[in-house]
Design a protein around this ligand. Structure first.
Ligand code: TRP
Length: 449
């Protein structure tokens, strides 16, 4: 630890990397399918509540811990609360980040397959039914999805082994703006479809009769997942922040852009779902079945489709890189592993679990726990259980245990843009609102009460 800790070079770099971590398959793949399963508008509304009322303060809490200590998640709690059990967040974070990395890489592998399919014109198939059965055939075909999962993880290895600034920051700076532009083009395209009105009303008109405790739990999990929250991923990233980085503003911009991308993805997907007469509750395959049908109907379809899947692949990559960074920072800081060795360990474990997740659509689809395949189990366990528990511990820690003066000093900026009432508001959320909401949603959502 004598070496000076790496830092993000520029303000734009900080925004691009945190947004790069937040924006990924969680917005473009997971949000539409979860919203589809849970009834649309009401899910979106509850998701927004969790993102802005609970998510943003907890993001600030992670930033405070990370920048204040300049350490990985385990190390941060070791320094702040030596000998106390708070550090359990560190272990939860490391376990859950590897679980997420495993199933996430399977879906990122699907994007690689689709880049290939787009280049080869989807094998000449153009009917909607044909495209859907082609996806089903692919996802259940065992070796091919597994191969793409492994290729995706290998790409992660090469980028991660190069280190923080050179790899992550440069890529995010270019990719994020491009992703926004292309999403807007696709939105305009979807808004001109015959099913646009029905799709938009599904997405934006809340039907509260659909809201059950499990919808609340799903929305909370989605909010945490999408903000990369609860595992110490943002603790790790903010340990690379400079002292001048404004934490509140960064958290606000990150949550807003993240939400914007999810809503844009909804505006792209749902009009198409109703235009093509599909079922919104189709689950994880929804987005991958719909997208090719959308592109097929655009002039220059191959170009759009290749460009979109390349960007989706890059967005996934900037998210998986942030997940892996949790474990890599832990191993290099705490055990003195070289970056290469730490990266290697992380990726090899993810390769084994990721292969199992890929096969859980085919060969081992009957390996289930409580009716969930391995893929769904990893997602449910990490997103709906571990992330909110981690978020709750972090918010209680910063709200009640961490020294007030540290919280104030980290949140204050020199230019006076942060007022004392803002800090008070964040503190109230962390002390009372976040723990109470997370606790209640758990009790009801898991049927404990
Ligand atoms: N937020 C990312 C997405 O929406 C996924 C992600 C990256 C994540 N890092 C994380 C989720 C850490 C939980 C914890 O795609």
């Amino acid at each position: 630890m004598t070496e000076k800790r790496a830092q993000f070079a520029t303000r734009l770099g900080v925004i691009a990397t945190t947004v790069g971590s937040a924006v990924g398959l969680g917005n473009i793949w997971r949000f539409p399918f979860e919203a589809g399963v849970h009834g649309g508008g009401a899910f979106l509304l509850i998701d927004l509540f969790f993102i802005f009322i609970i998510g943003v303060p907890v993001v600030c809490a992670e930033f405070i811990i990370g920048r204040h200590t300049g350490l990985n998640v385990r190390g941060a709690f070791r320094v702040l609360a030596p000998g106390k059990p708070w550090g359990i967040v560190g272990y939860l974070g490391i376990i859950a980040s590897i679980l997420i990395l495993s199933f996430y890489s399977v879906v990122a592998g699907w994007t690689l397959e689709y880049i290939y399919q787009s280049l080869t014109g989807f094998g000449g198939v153009s009917s909607i039914a044909g495209l859907h059965s082609q996806f089903d055939g692919f996802a259940t075909s065992n070796w091919r999805p597994a191969m793409w999962t492994l290729i995706f993880l290998a790409i992660n290895y090469f980028i991660l082994a190069r280190g923080v600034q050179k790899g992550i920051e440069k890529m995010s700076n270019i990719m994020m703006p491009l992703l926004f532009v292309i999403l807007i083009v696709f939105c305009i395209n979807s808004l001109r479809m015959p099913g646009a009105a029905e799709g938009l009303s599904f997405l934006f008109k809340p039907d509260f009769s659909q809201v059950t405790p499990s919808v609340m739990l799903g929305a909370m999990g989605q909010a945490f997942f999408s903000l990369s929250l609860g595992l110490g991923c943002l603790i790790t990233y903010s340990s690379y922040f400079k002292q001048e980085t404004p934490l509140l503003r960064t958290a606000g911009i990150m949550a807003s852009l993240d939400t914007l991308v999810a809503i844009l993805a909804g505006i792209i997907i749902f009009p198409a779902v109703f235009t093509f007469g599909m079922e919104p509750a189709a689950g994880p395959k929804l987005v991958f079945e719909i997208l090719p049908s959308i592109f097929m109907r655009m002039p220059g379809s191959m170009l759009w489709s290749v460009l979109f899947f390349i960007l989706l692949f890059l967005a996934s990559l900037s998210s998986t890189i942030s997940m892996s960074e949790i474990t890599i920072a832990y191993m290099t800081d705490e055990f003195g592993f070289s970056r290469r060795k730490a990266t290697g360990c992380n990726i090899v474990v993810a390769m084994v679990l990721g292969t199992l997740c890929a096969l859980s659509f085919g060969m081992i689809s009957d390996w289930t726990v409580c009716g969930l395949t391995l893929f769904n189990l990893f997602d449910y366990l990490s997103s709906n259980i571990i992330l909110p528990i981690g978020g709750m511990i972090i918010s209680v820690f910063v709200g009640w245990v961490l020294d007030r003066s540290v919280v104030r000093r980290e949140l204050m900026t020199d230019d006076g843009s942060v007022r004392p009432w803002m800090i008070r508001l964040v503190t109230i959320c962390l002390r009372y609102i976040a723990p109470a909401c997370i606790g209640l949603v758990f009790l009801f959502g898991l049927g404990l009460w």
